[in-house]
Design a binder for this molecule. Structure first.
Ligand code: TRP
Length: 448
């Protein structure tokens, strides 16, 4: 064995994969995107994407990681060699390795996502700080806008968020990532149930269920569909090799399919619970469901300031959101760091601090909301670029390679699937998932 590190236990891996998946995507992004795209129809498209795209691609990623025991770039290099002449080709005497591009695309996506993700973690930090100070019911609503326009404050919290992320990754897989996940994820779940029950007891909670689960297809357009597809990648940490990296630390007989189903189920459940809780508050207090990225920061403080014991609950809640977010940030940095450890023989410490430092600098662009690119903030731009394009395209290649390059025999053995069940699985990964992803991307860029 090499010295890359391994998960301490099966449960450790499941929790870490769930920890990577469950994050700001569920608690911050899903509710605000659902609000922006009109509710039910968006949720339905999102759920279909999770099932037909997310699940197969997560299986493929963990599979590739477990098989190659490498970082995404190394993993694709190995698969390319395995595919022999099929895709490998020569040009002017030079061997081109197109598979590597997929790994590199993921590497770049990791940079971009973490750079803005850290800024949003900073917002959570700020709200934790505010809840320690105690929310004052009158102006909770405006707190987010004040923060959003304050560049120094954003940079300050972004600095803290990156320092913590780097620190944990630098300490290594078991001691850092695994322990943190094991403690915090179950707690988050319990608190979220509490917040949801409380908000369901508010006046207009029925309206929130109706908003989220009663689809109105007139509100859906190609932008909403690509956002739903992209979000299914984002929320499950797919399309850029994070699950390949996590899978690469697996060396035990862990069932890939079972793990995938557990992680996907938990991730979806938490997103839906967060949505129900937040929209109950939105409709009970006449707020705008389409408030955008500030949505959760404008809604939750209201009930925290009103409910009995809200002071304590607010603090606990933001601590846990912070944890959910940090476990995801860690997985993003880990993708980048694992490459330098494997391929460049850097020490984990050096890779973590050096790469983390570059991502930190890039994140400053997103922290300053007045800086614009193509009329958008950098945060929105990096988010859109990765969610709508890089991750779906990466996912398309990952599933195609998995479906067509790896042999049926090895997949049947590793996945423990035979007969009809395998045939159905194989049909989905060959003809449903890639076609669906490609169709949505082409539709969005207007080719179809
Ligand atoms: N899934 C995380 C969330 O929902 C974010 C995340 C972590 C991620 N690692 C990733 C997104 C890798 C894409 C790729 O918040």
């Amino acid at each position: 064995m090499n010295n890359r590190g391994n998960w301490g236990s099966k449960l450790g891996f499941i929790l870490a994969a769930a920890g990577s998946a469950i994050g700001l995507g569920n608690l911050w992004k899903f509710p605000y995107m659902t609000g922006k795209h009109g509710g039910g129809a968006f949720v339905l498209v999102y759920l279909i994407c999770i099932l037909l795209v997310g699940v197969p691609i997560m299986i493929a990623e963990i599979y590739i990681g477990k098989k190659t025991q490498k970082n995404p770039i190394g993993a694709f290099t190995e698969l390319e060699t395995e595919s022999k002449g099929i895709i490998h080709y020569h040009k002017n005497g030079k061997v081109l390795k197109p598979f590597n591009l997929i790994g590199w695309m993921g590497f770049i996506a990791g940079f971009l996502i973490l750079s803005f993700y850290s800024v949003v973690i900073g917002w959570v930090f700020h709200f934790l700080y505010l809840s320690v100070k105690g929310f004052d019911n009158l102006n909770t609503h405006y707190l987010f806008d004040d923060l959003y326009s304050n560049a120094y404050l954003n940079i300050f919290w972004h600095t803290i968020a990156m320092l913590i992320t780097i620190f944990i990754v630098a300490r290594g897989i078991q001691k850092g990532i695994e322990t943190a996940n094991k403690i915090m994820m179950p707690l988050l779940f319990l608190i979220l149930i509490g917040v949801m029950i409380y908000s369901l007891m508010l006046n207009n909670s029925f309206e929130s269920i109706n908003f989220m689960f009663n689809p109105d297809f007139s509100k859906i357009n190609s932008e909403a569909i690509i956002q739903a597809l992209g979000h299914s990648f984002f929320t499950l940490s797919l399309g850029m090799g994070a699950m390949i990296t996590y899978g690469s630390y697996l060396n035990k007989k862990t069932s890939i399919i079972k793990t995938t189903l557990i992680v996907t189920f938990l991730d979806t459940l938490i997103a839906l619970m967060a949505g129900v809780a937040i929209f109950s508050i939105v409709f009970s207090y006449n707020l705008e469901p389409s408030a955008g990225p500030g949505l959760i920061f404008k809604t939750l403080p209201i009930i925290f300031s009103e409910m009995k014991g809200g002071y304590v609950l607010a603090i606990v809640f933001f601590v846990l959101v912070l944890f959910a977010a940090l476990t995801s940030a860690i997985s993003l940095l880990e993708v980048v760091v694992s490459y330098f450890i494997d391929e460049k023989q850097w020490s984990r410490k050096k890779a973590s601090w050096f790469m983390g430092g570059i991502i930190y600098l890039l994140g400053i662009l997103s922290a300053v909301s007045s800086l614009k690119i193509f009329n958008e903030s950098y945060l929105d731009f990096f988010d859109g670029l990765t969610t709508k394009y890089i991750m779906p395209i990466g996912g398309f290649f990952i599933i195609t390679i998995f479906a067509f390059v790896l042999t049926d025999k090895e997949k049947q053995e590793e996945l423990n699937l035979t007969g009809k069940l395998y045939n159905i699985f194989s049909f989905v990964v060959k003809y449903i998932t890639p076609v669906l992803v490609l169709w949505i991307i082409l539709n969005k860029i207007g080719v179809m």
